[in-house]
Structure formats: C-alpha cells, structure tokens
Design a protein around this ligand. Sequence first.
Ligand code: CTP
Ligand code: CA
Length: 231
Amino acid sequence: PGDRPSSGPLSGRRVVITGGGTREPLDPVRYLGNRSSGKQAVAIAEQALAAGADVTLIAAAMTAQPPAGAEVVDVESTQELLEAVLEHAPGADALVMAAAVADFRPVDVAETKIKKGEDGSSPTLVLERTPDVLATAVAERAAGADMPGLIVGFAAETGDGESSVLEYAQAKLARKGCEMLVVNDVGAGRVFGRDETEVTVLFADGREPVSRAGDKTDAARLVVEQMTLAL
Ligand code: CTP
Ligand code: CA
C-alpha cells in the first residue's frame, strides 16, 4: 500500500521515526501533555517513503494522520515511547526523534480519578525527570547494542542575550551524542501551530550546517536529503 517506490535512494533502508507529543498520566483520565501535532514526523515519514524506505512511525498521541504505507506504533507516555524505540530501532538504519518528549512526569499516578474532596484544598503535583529516549538509544549503541548508526535529534530553540540559537543547538548536539540535530528557531512567535518554519541541520562530524526556509514538507525534504547523504 501507499506510494512507496520499489527503487529510490532509500530503498532497502529502514527508518524509525517518532512523532507527536508524549502524555504523562496523573490518574486514569488526566495527563500532562504538549501541543505537538506530529505533522513534522508525518512529513518526514512521507519523504522517507517516497525515497523508498521502510518506515516505522512511533506515534505519541499524534493528531496528524500517518501516511499510508508506514507501520504505525501508537504510544502515550515517555516510558511507552522508550520501550517502542528499544523494540523497533534495532536493525533499522536510522532513528529520527521528532517527537516532543515530556521532560517531567508525575511521580505518583493515582489508580482512581483524583477527587476534589470536601476541604477545598488543591493537590500539589510532584514531578520527576522522564528517561531521555534519544540519549538512551545513543548510550545503548555505545554499549554495543544493535542501534541505528544514524540517530537524528530535533530541537526547538530560542536565542537570548547569552547565546544564539545555533550556539545552543551545537551544545545540545554534543550533549546528546547523535549524528544530526534538526533545529527550529522558535523565537518571536515562530513555528508552533504554524506551517512556515526555517530549519537548520547540524552535523556531529563537523560538516557545515545547512538551512532551509519553508513549510514542514520543505523541512522534511531537507532532513531526508541529508539522511540519504549520511546513509
Ligand atoms: N528527547 C528524548 N527524551 C526526552 C527528551 C527529549 O528523546 N526525555 C529528544 C527529543 O525527541 C529531541 C531531542 O531529545 O529529538 C531534543 O529535545 P529537547 O527537548 O530539545 O532537549 P532536552 O534534552 O529535553 O533539553 P531542554 O528541553 O532542556 O532544552
Ligand atoms: Ca525537552
């Protein structure tokens, strides 16, 4: 099914793409979440399919429609996303971490719906750090596990008086240990919920960054072109 050609620059390659935004449960009906739609991951999946790749899309509460032809694995929490990546990334050629992953989650998840109670008090949420899925994949690979040789991270950054967007992104690339980092400048009201973006791809091997302005499809084309060159 789908539009996957039998030949193309990525034919015979398998790409695992995460997208959407993770949800961290508070109780059976409530969660902490974010506004990521998964549009960028879907656009990358479409470009990878068009280039002939086998695509697994690990979809964290995505509202965007996954493309026909991709294998879709639905997840909600960061823990589920981590488990899905550890299950599906081995044997793949590339892992693309486009998902907006929660940084924090409630320490305790109530087994029953949290009630207001009679005394008018409000609960205090106590949070802990979530596992870093990207950093875990990189660490597993360094420890000898079967993980893709090409791991691509994403970062939405804003510049400030101290450092530029690209300086922050370069530091994040080094910290994460992945091969490529796709950076969106989200300063001054750009990107969130909008179609126009400017993306820059940074490389761990010291190659010059490449940038492209346009919509999420243009960004996805740039990412898949650069992945194709790297594979
Ligand atoms: N990421 C991840 N697991 C997390 C947090 C982030 O795998 N718990 C991944 C994202 O999918 C993305 C990359 O790491 O590809 C960078 O995410 P970002 O939020 O920019 O970086 P953080 O390390 O979380 O740093 P901060 O939010 O403090 O800037
Ligand atoms: Ca984060």
